[in-house]
Design a binder for this molecule. Structure first.
Ligand code: NAD
Ligand code: ZN
Length: 357
């Protein structure tokens, strides 16, 4: 038996307004003339937050287009543009949702590792530490702020750069930054966290470490999406901590059926992570009965639309492509269904599930 020895984020600051401390936090990491690069979610174009970015010297803000989830080509292009303009940099600060945080982690790694980010999709392929990197979530739920991966769509697969060099050196958790997220988006990404908790807590990889974080994160999700009747500042605080704890929970266990199936949707149809998980969760009574019941209650209570019928009219080849991606996520299935998962989740069974979506 070998126990995972996992690398965590080095520094964490939490609190409303903690973004104002960013200049001070970055100061010791500024060496010579090299700039800091702020990769900011394009949602903030023309918004007040951009004026609060603590630019010094040659620092630069790059607005990141997150219309689509991050691709290896996008990471490579960003890293090349930064190298061409500046040579070396002092750090990358990602300010945005899971997409921008993943982009920032990947760009940091590609400043020091040769080749394409596609070469590093997998486990422990990254050889060099990246440049100093900071994650600042503006949308809560993915847990990307604490994870050791950065999910990228590459030429042949959708897979993260999983490595000990991937976690941020610093995260700034300022719940004020999430106050303008539209209700649907907040729900979809919030449910990513809820689903992380259910999949971790109901999985065969569960242990006391994951359970402690998972139960707390689940309780916080229930507070904001089940118990409360309106969204307030406290809800933003709670969902931000839920995201963090949910990420810590899966760091030491694994996700499960909803994620495994949702990866297929995302690969073939470009369905986004949060909404894709919701589309799948809606049909998982068999695997997570209590979680799915509560999920449906939250959907109704928060007046959320979950798309239906997204697999209508797909060809056999397309179903096969989704199933291949999904069944390739072996640890997820093993966590969800146990060592004999292949006997339980047959291709026929998975096909029937996809047809329901
Ligand atoms: P996202 O980052 O894709 O953003 C969704 C939308 O919300 C975008 O249009 C964005 O511009 C907008 N947005 C962000 N902040 C906002 C704000 N404060 N106000 C208004 N709009 C705002 O969504 P997400 O769900 O946070 O992240 C999904 C991505 O995260 C996927 O690419 C997924 O693969 C990745 N992910 C990564 C991990 C990991 O461990 N690295 C885990 C789960 C998901
Ligand atoms: Zn997720």
């Amino acid at each position: 038996m070998s126990f995972r020895n996992f690398k965590m984020v080095s520094y964490v600051v939490f609190g409303r307004g903690s973004f104002n401390q960013l200049d001070e936090i970055l100061a010791p990491h500024r060496k010579g003339e090299a700039p800091m690069i702020f990769l900011v979610d394009h949602f903030f174009e023309g918004k007040a937050l951009l004026n609060r970015v603590p630019l010094r010297g040659k620092d630069k803000v790059i607005l990141a287009d997150v219309t689509h989830e991050p691709k290896t080509t996008q990471v490579d292009a960003l890293a090349k543009a930064i190298k061409d303009e500046f040579g070396t940099i002092n750090g990358v600060i990602g300010i945005g949702g899971g997409s921008v945080m993943d982009l920032a982690k990947a760009v940091s790694l590609m400043m020091t590792n040769p080749g394409s980010s596609a070469d590093y999709q997998g486990w422990d392929l990254v050889k060099q530490p990246g440049v100093y990197k900071v994650g600042i979530p503006t949308l809560s739920g993915t847990g990307a702020e604490v994870s050791r991966t950065t999910v990228l769509t590459g030429p042949t697969r959708k897979l993260g750069m999983n490595s000990d060099f991937t976690p941020f050196d610093q995260i700034v958790l300022d719940p004020e930054l999430t106050k303008d997220v539209p209700a649907n988006q907040r729900f979809y990404t919030g449910m990513d966290c809820y689903i992380h908790c259910i999949e971790s807590l109901e999985g065969t990889y569960l242990n006391e470490f994951s359970k402690s974080y998972g139960e707390k994160a689940l309780q916080l999700c229930q507070k904001v999406f089940v118990e409360k009747d309106h969204w307030d500042n406290e809800s933003d605080d709670q969902l931000m901590m839920a995201s963090y704890a949910g990420g810590m929970s899966i760091a030491y266990s694994q996700v499960g059926v909803a994620h495994a199936v949702s990866y297929g949707l995302s690969y073939l149809l470009g369905t986004k992570h949060g909404i894709g998980n919701c589309i799948v969760m809606n049909h998982l009574e068999e695997y997570y009965p209590a979680g799915v019941k509560e999920f449906k209650h939250m959907v109704a209570k928060n007046n959320i639309d979950i798309p239906q019928g997204i697999c209508k009219g797909l060809t056999d080849e397309q179903f096969d492509a989704m199933m291949n991606v999904s069944l390739g996520m072996k640890p997820l299935w093993e966590n969800a269904l146990g060592k004999d998962w292949e006997k339980i989740m047959t291709r026929e069974k998975l096909r029937a599930l996809y047809e329901k979506l």
